[in-house]
Design a protein around this ligand. Sequence first.
Ligand code: GDP
Ligand code: MG
Length: 158
Amino acid sequence: VTLPVRATEHTLIAVKPDGVQRRLVGQIIHRFEQRGFKLVGLKMMQASEDLLSEHYREIVKKPFYPLVRAYMTAGPVIVMVWEGSNVVQSSRKMVGPTNGAEAQAGTIRGDFSFHVGRNVVHASDSTEGAQREIGLWFQENELLNWESCDQDWTIEAN
Ligand code: GDP
Ligand code: MG
């Protein structure tokens, strides 16, 4: 997909099935909203095994992948595209390390999880990875280009 805004960065954030089951969707969205990032796409989906193996192509051969597949297809996920300056790296910091047991309090995983196999949320790990993942989960017409009214109050014009 070609993303609506050229100059800024995008990332794919997903609330995993445990986050949906545990009613954490609102709190997770809230963290990205309050940071000032802009939501440009959002939907609820049941991930197929094929989509998931593409999404996780870097870990698909790992011995624990069957656990990941079972986890991630066990229920619906919420997938989102967030936009903003440095949003990929900032989101990874907000999400915290893969294993919630090692995550700092204040991160999403540090506040809501303590097991690597139930870590509540996904965040792309690079701008290239984000582009690839957004293309897997979203159609072009599902991403909206809109002007947020607080733009001048979250980004200094230069
Ligand atoms: P992330 O980028 O922090 O999400 O971590 P990775 O890209 O390394 O792994 C992708 C996802 O696979 C993680 O978020 C976990 O849900 C899962 N995962 C990674 N390592 C393990 C593991 O050792 N055991 C299990 N059960 N799941 C794992
Ligand atoms: Mg990863």
